[in-house]
Design a protein. Structure first.
Length: 210
């Protein structure tokens, strides 16, 4: 069983993906971390973020079992990742690794920007998790404040809009719902409601495949 979850930043897809994986005993991969890990490797080695050949080589060496969310969530790594994520050779290398991960038994949950449209086009379950830019910016703002940090809502909102434009406007694997994806708009939906909706979709797919 492969469950593909796509959507823009801060829509809740990661939280949903982790809960689904835990509930069903499936493996989980946040594919965004694979780009961040590649970027961190380049930064650590003092290498250019503009050389696609070097970036591709780093991407092929990423260890999917060693992705540390806490370390890779740092802002400067995210900025670096956004630069290499538009490189076709880097995307091809990481998509190859992500597809191998998706074959893990008894199942895998992958979340990202192009899982249902590119990485796992034949996934039995495809979900597209979204929310308004205002809601997503507010969630990120509150997350930072709750963690004891300081944040500027307007700056976060502008960043969310920029990331959306970059993700949806790129020529290679743009962010968009797969044709057969179930749309989950979490703007007015709790994570529990989103999970229960997703669970009913997954259970139906498991029954069909039994």
């Amino acid at each position: 069983m492969i469950i593909a979850i796509d959507g823009p930043a801060a829509a809740g897809k990661g939280t949903l993906a982790r809960r689904i994986a835990e509930t069903y005993g499936y493996h989980h991969l946040d594919t965004g971390l694979t780009y961040r890990a590649t970027a961190k490797a380049l930064l650590d080695a003092g290498l250019s973020l503009d050389d696609e050949t070097i970036a591709e080589d780093m991407a092929r060496k990423v260890d999917l079992a060693g992705l540390d969310r806490t370390v890779l969530s740092r802002h400067e790594i995210g900025e670096a990742a956004s630069k290499i994520a538009v490189m076709p050779a880097v995307r091809r290398a990481l998509v190859d690794a992500q597809r191998r991960f998706a074959l893990k038994t008894p199942g895998a949950v992958l979340d990202g920007r192009d899982i249902g449209t590119v990485v796992c086009q034949d996934a039995p379950v495809k979900l597209y998790v979204t929310a308004s830019a205002e809601v997503r910016a507010r969630r990120r703002f509150e997350e930072i404040i709750d963690a004891g940090g300081s944040a500027d809502y307007d700056a976060i909102f502008a960043d969310v809009k920029r990331r959306d434009e970059r993700d949806m406007g790129r020529t290679d694997s743009p962010l968009k719902p797969a044709e057969e994806a179930y749309l989950l708009d979490t703007s007015e939906m709790s994570i529990e409601a989103a999970f229960q909706t997703a669970k009913s979709i997954i259970d139906a797919a498991l029954s069909r495949n039994a």
